[in-house]
Design a protein around this ligand. Structure first.
Ligand code: PGA
Length: 261
């Protein structure tokens, strides 16, 4: 894993945008995420797109997850969030923006269909990830199998509380979701996990330095050949080897840094 620790949310967004723009300009397929963490990155990518620095014209987007039963027009549906915060503002073909179907009569068949769509598109080149305070990625809550595929999950009560801020009350948060599995996520060519703030410090330390465990789903990154973790000082505050990661990044050869420009 490459661990990049920076001073601000803006720097997290800047570095994340370098990686995503690199794949986008090659016509790669991007795995997109919701939640508050990626929003600054989307704003930066939209800015770069308007400046003519990045195009998404040959990309497909695949979202990580979706609530079950929330109409797509609902402003908290991930269909709405991905379109509103990102895809509607760039030149990706809307027909190539894929979101898991949380409204299907047959959710199981819709999940299989989603897996098939990813494979038929040639796979996801880079998957953007946030992390839950309980270590979830996508909506793979603790106990999710490392080889799980897209499926229906029940949210952990902590996640319902964490997401209540987006709704009128915790009672309005749907507790069923469809999410790419940890196995689906692991098949992406590159994983890019972002986190900011002290609320994420425990999950970050446990995922990067703790044992591989389905109790800490983001620890699956330890098994991936190309995982990049970009975090601010607050999210890095519980890492035992923080100075080592900072030393490593400070001494990263310039040609390796330039690769993603
Ligand atoms: P957040 O959510 O970016 O809103 O903190 C991340 C997640 O739950 O995966």
């Amino acid at each position: 894993m490459e661990i990049i620790i920076v001073d601000s949310e803006a720097e997290v967004a800047n570095i994340a945008s370098d990686y995503l723009a690199y794949y986008a300009n090659k016509g790669g397929n991007l795995g997109v995420a919701t939640g508050s963490t990626p929003l600054a990155t989307y704003r930066e990518l939209i800015r770069r797109h308007r400046a003519g620095e990045v195009t998404f014209k040959d990309c497909s987007f695949f979202a990580l997850d979706e609530y079950v039963g929330l109409p797509i027009e609902h402003e908290q549906s991930y269909y709405h969030v991905i379109h509103n915060e990102f895809s509607d503002h760039v030149d990706v073909d809307p027909a190539r923006v894929h979101i898991p179907d949380g409204l299907a009569d047959d959710i199981g068949a819709a999940c299989e269909d989603y897996e098939r769509k990813i494979i038929e598109a040639g796979g996801i080149d880079i998957q953007l990830l946030g992390i839950g305070t309980n270590g979830h990625v996508g909506f793979n809550e603790p106990s999710s199998s490392f080889s799980s595929l897209t499926r229906i999950k029940t949210l952990h009560p902590q996640t319902v509380l964490d997401n209540a801020r987006f709704f009128d009350s915790a009672d309005d948060v749907p507790y069923h979701v469809v999410t790419q599995g940890l196995g689906t996520i692991s098949r992406a060519g590159h994983l890019l996990l972002l986190a900011t703030g002290t609320a994420k410090a425990h999950a970050i330390a446990a995922s990067i330095e703790g044992p591989l465990s389905v109790s800490m789903p983001a620890s699956v990154l330890q098994l991936h050949p190309r995982a990049t973790v970009v975090i601010d000082q607050a999210a890095a505050s519980e890492l035992k080897n923080k100075e080592y990661y900072e030393f490593t990044y400070a001494h990263k050869p310039q040609w390796q840094k330039d690769m993603w420009k």
